[in-house]
Design a protein around this ligand. Sequence first.
Ligand code: ADE
Length: 228
Amino acid sequence: MLHIDILTLFPEMMDMFFSESIIMRARKKGLVEVCFHNLHDYSLSRYGSVDDYPYGGNAGMVMAIEPLANCIEALQRERHYDDIIYTAPDAPTFSQPLANHLSLQHNLIILCGHYKGVDERLREHFITREISIGDYVLTGGELAAAVICDAVIRLIPGVIGDEQSALSDSFQDGLLAPPEYTRPANFRGWKVPDVLLSGNHSKIEQWRYEQALLRTKQRRPDLLENIE
Ligand code: ADE
């Protein structure tokens, strides 16, 4: 079973997201365990703060190493972690192969970054993997952690109903997914492609592959460079 510890300044915000729908069902079924840890609980100050002014003078605050290190080390006394992840915009971008990799792990910590980031020494000595969810800056790492967890948890067998469907996602074979249609076959004269109504499975598979290739060429040609 995958166990994820999320270290955050806003556990309530995170809890809301993980208490709905597919992710909640996965937790109830015991397919994944997600625990939230309030970083304020590890504060060394009377006021519960975990940030401080940056050395050298700069705008913004920096998350201090000591409370974060204390929190991580307290968790490490309980279990061995496969990865200690830090969410930040200045990190390698998240991807489907990485989601696949993380879904096969046992224990993960995700530290949600805030303010101007964390003391660099934490990144050097505790963090084993850094992830950005895209080239834009969020107010905090919570949404990024939620995105990562969502992409990872849905890959765990039994989490989504049709296990085939996770395998046919966009990116799973390095291509975008082909278009999908459902009834009616004709809406205002807009028709579903004939091949999908043909019942010829090998033809349909061939069509889906061609469409996936075409769509990837048109929308994300960079993905094809990675395959070839
Ligand atoms: N924190 C702020 N912006 C972020 C991003 N783009 N990805 C991950 N964490 C972040």
